[in-house]
Design a protein around this ligand. Structure first.
Ligand code: GLY
Length: 359
C-alpha cells in the first residue's frame, strides 16, 4: 500500500516507522519537520504525575507499557541510541494537592503501579537538593524520561534507512469523494495514496475542521545540576537528560507567537528555584518554544474513515502517546482491528457546540 502521513511530529513519524516496517511504501508530508512540539518536549512519561484518570489514563498506560519496546525499535532501525530512563518521577505536592494525589496513588496502585509517599525528613534524605518549602511528594516508580530530541533525531534517521520519503509541503486541502480521501493538496503538489494518516499537530484545525489549537510552551535548558530523576512540581518540572537539564514549561494561550520572552525565562527560573534553590548556580544554555496541540477538553482525537485515520490533539502527552497512537493505525491496517479509541476520542464530540470551552 502507498500511505501518506501528514505531519512529522512524534506521532506522525512513529506511524510512518511502523507502517514502513510492516512493508508499506510511506511518504511523510510536512510543512517543516523541525517545527513540531515534539522537538522541544520535556519527554516525561508521566501519566500519574499528570494526575490522569479515566479513558486518557487507560490510553496512556497502554502506551507506557509499549515504551521499552518502542525505544528499542527506534534505536535498532535508526542505529542511534536514545537517552531513556524508567527510574520514576518524584511528584512534588502542594499542600492543597496532598489528599487528592494520595487517593490517585491508591487508584494507580490498584492497577499495579507502584508508588511511595515521602514526607519531611525522609523526603529530604532521599532528595537532598530540595527546598525547605517542599514537605510532601510521591515517587511514581513506573514513570520515565526520554530525550525527545534524540528520539526525533533517531526517527528521522529511521525514515532515511527505511526509504520513507519526507516531502516539504503544506497540505491545505483534503479532496474527499464518497467518504474516501482521493487526494491531499499541498501548495506545491497534490498527493494521492491508498491510505492517509493525519497527525498535523497544532496546525491541524483548518485542515481537519477540528478544534485543535496551539498552547505555547517555553522550556529552559541548563547545565550543572546533579539529579538523576525527574522532579515534577506544580510550579515547574526539572528533567535531567544526559548532558543537560530541562526546566519546563510555560503554558501560554497566545496562538503561534514564537518569541522567547524574558517573562517566560524568569518565571521558569524562579519556579524551578522554589523546588531546587541551587539551580540558580546552573549554566543557562538556551530557551526553546513549542506549540502543544491542545483541544477544548484536553483529550486527543482519533477518527477513522474508509481510507484514513486522524490521530491529533495529543496536547501535553504526544511523546508518551506515540507508541499507542501508531499501534491504533497498525492494528487497523494489518489486523483489521478497529480500536476502541475511535469510539472514546472521536472528533464528533466537538460538534453542536459540545466541549467548546478551553479548560
Ligand atoms: N508534558 C508537559 C508539558 O506539556 O508541559
Amino acid at each position: 500500500m502507498l500511505i501518506c502521513v501528514i505531519g512529522s511530529g512524534v506521532v506522525g513519524l512513529t506511524c510512518a516507522l511502523d507502517l514502513a516496517l510492516a512493508g508499506h511504501k510511506v511518504k511523510v508530508i510536512t510543512r517543516n519537520y523541525e517545527e513540531g512540539a515534539s522537538w522541544v518536549a520535556g519527554g516525561m512519561l508521566a501519566p500519574f504525575s499528570e494526575g490522569l484518570e479515566g479513558d486518557i489514563l487507560r490510553l496512556s498506560i497502554e502506551s507506557l507499557r509499549l515504551y521499552d519496546e518502542y525505544v528499542s525499535r527506534v534505536e535498532e532501525v535508526s542505529g542511534h541510541s536514545i537517552f531513556y530512563r524508567r527510574n520514576g518521577i518524584l511528584r512534588i505536592l502542594d499542600s492543597g494537592e496532598v489528599e487528592a494525589y494520595k487517593a490517585l496513588a491508591d487508584s494507580y496502585r490498584a492497577l499495579g503501579f507502584d508508588s511511595q509517599p515521602l514526607e519531611g525528613s525522609s523526603l529530604r534524605e532521599a532528595f537532598g537538593l530540595l527546598s525547605e518549602e517542599i514537605s510532601s511528594a510521591i515517587l511514581f516508580k513506573d514513570e520515565g524520561n526520554v530525550d525527545s530530541q534524540q528520539l526525533m533525531d533517531a526517527l528521522i534517521f529511521a525514515m532515511h534507512r527505511l526509504g520513507v520519503e519526507i516531502v516539504l509541503d503544506e497540505v491545505h486541502k483534503i479532496k474527499i469523494e464518497d467518504g474516501r480521501v482521493e487526494e491531499v493538496i499541498g501548495f506545491k503538489n497534490g498527493y494521492g495514496a491508498d491510505f492517509y494518516v493525519f497527525s498535523p499537530g497544532a496546525w491541524g484545525s483548518a485542515l481537519l475542521g477540528i478544534p485543535v489549537y496551539p498552547l505555547k510552551g517555553q522550556i529552559l535548558k541548563v547545565r550543572g545540576l546533579d539529579i538523576d530523576r525527574v522532579l515534577y512540581s506544580p510550579y515547574a518540572y526539572i528533567i535531567p537528560k544526559e548532558n543537560y537539564t530541562l526546566i519546563g514549561a510555560t503554558s501560554e494561550d497566545v496562538s503561534f507567537d514564537h518569541r522567547r520572552t524574558l517573562g517566560g525565562v524568569r518565571s521558569l527560573g524562579n519556579n524551578a528555584a522554589r523546588v531546587v534553590p541551587s539551580i540558580d548556580e546552573c549554566e543557562f544554555v538556551e530557551v526553546n518554544v513549542g506549540f502543544r496541540p491542545a483541544t477544548p477538553d484536553q483529550l486527543p482525537v482519533f477518527d477513522v474513515g474508509e481510507n484514513y485515520v486522524v490521530s491529533a490533539g495529543h496536547f501535553r502527552n504526544g511523546i508518551l502517546l506515540a507508541p499507542v497512537s501508531s499501534k491504533v493505525v497498525v492494528d487497523l491496517l494489518e489486523r483489521g482491528v478497529r480500536s476502541e479509541y475511535f469510539e472514546l476520542f472521536p472528533s464528533r464530540r466537538f460538534q453542536n457546540g459540545n466541549h467548546t470551552d478551553k479548560s
